[in-house]
Design a binder for this molecule. Sequence first.
Ligand code: UDP
Length: 141
Amino acid sequence: MALERTLSIIKPDAVKKNVIGEILSRFEKAGLKIVAAKMKQLTKEEAEGFYAVHKERGFFNDLVAFMISGPVMIQALEGEGAVLKNRDLMGATNPKEAAPGTIRADFADSIDANAVHGSDSLENAANEIKYFFNDSDVVSH
Ligand code: UDP
């Protein structure tokens, strides 16, 4: 497996539940390193741009409203097979279908308030990291 970086967002529902630390801890315990991080209140434009691929979908406006409903914690994660590893830790998009012990099974309430975002491919990961971080914001350690 190759060393990869992926973008992770702890969404407003999980920030409100005060479980940032518990979620970050799961990444670290799985061997992923946090190589960039920031708390941020997204603007409507930032959320729309980030989810532009979904703009024709019926849930788009609700998704944007949800993503700006409170601050998010954004991090780049690095590790062997980081993209898939993070997706495995997250669990299925719909928490009702998420495997036991995954972040969404444990912390998410519904498909629209589902605790975390994670890049779904290496190519998207690179673009999503660039969307939120300058090269100099991302460190190796
Ligand atoms: N989403 C939603 N309703 C749906 C499908 C998706 O609200 O029917 C939201 C949900 O928050 C999801 C995000 O849109 O996390 C992006 O959808 P995607 O299919 O990319 O899922 P993910 O990659 O986040 O698992």
